[in-house]
Design a binder for this molecule. Structure first.
Ligand code: ATP
Ligand code: MG
Length: 399
């Protein structure tokens, strides 16, 4: 039996000194952004005119998950607003997570609400209840009343239901919707094929500048983690822990989010075991957890059919010993049977191929080309890179 209630909780965290540094939403300061100097200066260059109150270029940023797209876009936007302020230009930026605000109305509402200062404008932006066009009208009025320039960050832009908001935003100036305020859009996506789906007119105005962020290598991941090692108390991290985590994360994806997650989980494992230090061996266990999280995050907000395709591959992998993947036709068969079970019409083989390509770009699956000789021609095989058990588990979680 415990003698005093006070002993029930530990008051001092023996492992973490500053755990926020390892939260994914944490925005590291300048000295802590590693290996993205070129990307940051290219972005800054594209939006530079905003500092003089002129129109920034519209930008589209691509790259695999965890390559620092959201981080760099937010960082550059923040710096832009500060520098513009020094020049006497009133600038602001609005951040929209399109995986959350998937409809045009929600996205406009979020933008208007986040930049609005009711006391200054006297304009109200209710959470809901107005028509889309009314939200737009209020947004334009708010922008003209308060700002010289606004940057709108549309993160996970591929999750938007349609292109309508892109059309509106990219043409607001030309169409005379806003008179005084200049507007720039930064679209961010980890779907390499996103642009192909875009309306031609939107494409031409939205993709003035395009940047692709490459994955990190092991050295960069190590530096990214080292730059946050003050999240831990002095001497708590074993010297081999970060190098090991970096090597693992680089070998698989070059994903900084995963690297940071591994480090945080390794710390939590040390905590729960009551271990005095974060040992290298905890990294293995932490990696599994980070992998599941990563997959869950990757498929967050994805369409049912995109999930059915993965489910088909997971089923195939679980019921077969073969290690070299499955042909498109085989995946499609299973996919069709899943659609029947779900009472949903199946997509064309071509669309399913596109979905498979998207999964391959994000390293969820791997594709290989094979030549079947003159009789068969060439074909593609698909293989899950994620653990099929993890895929099955995450896909069957209620969404
Ligand atoms: N160069 C870097 N230096 C320091 N931290 C970084 C760097 N790049 C990424 N991170 C951190 O890694 C995590 C993931 O980065 P970020 O969210 O920018 O990735 P992303 O490219 O937007 O990925 P996704 O496509 O999944 O949204 C964040 O916590 C971010 O702070
Ligand atoms: Mg992001």
């Amino acid at each position: 039996m415990l003698d005093t209630g006070d002993d029930l909780f530990t008051r001092d965290d023996p492992i973490f000194a500053n755990k926020e540094l390892l939260e994914i939403s944490h925005l590291p300061g300048e000295g802590r952004i590693v290996g993205r100097d070129d990307e940051i200066s290219n972005l800054a260059n594209a939006v530079n005119p905003a500092i003089f109150g002129q129109s920034p270029s519209n930008v589209l940023i691509y790259g695999k998950t965890g390559t620092g797209k959201s981080l760099c876009a937010k960082y550059v936007s923040q710096r832009l607003v500060e520098t513009a302020g020094d020049e006497g230009v009133n600038a602001t930026f609005a951040y929209v997570d399109c995986a959350q605000d998937t409809t045009e109305t929600q996205a406009v509402q979020t933008i208007a609400d986040s930049v609005n200062d009711v006391d200054a404008t006297g304009i109200k932006v209710p959470d809901k209840g107005l028509s889309t066009s009314t939200y737009y009208k209020r947004l334009w009025r708010i922008l003209d009343a308060q700002f010289d320039v606004v940057l709108i960050l549309l993160d996970e832009i591929d999750k938007l239901d349609d292109d309508d908001i892109l059309m509106q935003l990219s043409r607001a100036g030309e169409a005379g919707k806003i008179e005084q305020c200049k507007l720039g859009v930064i679209g961010i996506s980890n779907k390499i094929q996103y642009k192909d789906r875009m309306d031609e007119r939107v494409k031409s105005s939205l993709c003035e500048r395009e940047f692709v962020f490459p994955p990190y290598d092991a050295n960069q991941l190590r530096d990214i983690m080292e730059a946050r090692s003050d999240a831990f108390r002095d001497g708590v991290l074993d010297p081999s822990t970060i190098p090991r985590a970096a090597a693992l994360a680089a070998r698989e994806h070059g994903d900084a989010r995963k690297a940071i997650d591994i480090l945080r989980y390794a710390g939590e494992i040390a905590q729960s075991k009551g271990a005095p230090t974060v040992k290298e061996e905890f990294v293995t266990q932490a990696r599994e957890r980070a992998e599941t999280d990563r997959f869950r995050e990757l498929i967050r907000g994805s369409t049912p059919h995109s999930r059915y395709v993965l489910q088909a591959l997971a089923l195939l992998s679980l019921s077969n010993q073969r290690k070299d993947g499955f042909r498109t036709s085989r995946v499609y068969e299973i996919y069709e049977s899943i659609c029947r079970q779900e009472g949903s019409d199946s997509l064309s083989l071509r669309r399913v191929r596109d979905l498979l390509k998207e999964h391959a770009f994000l390293d969820i699956i791997e594709q290989s080309k094979h030549s079947g000789g003159s009789a068969e021609g060439s074909y593609t095989k698909h293989q899950l890179l994620e653990d099929p058990e993890v895929v099955k588990e995450v896909l069957t979680e209620s969404t």
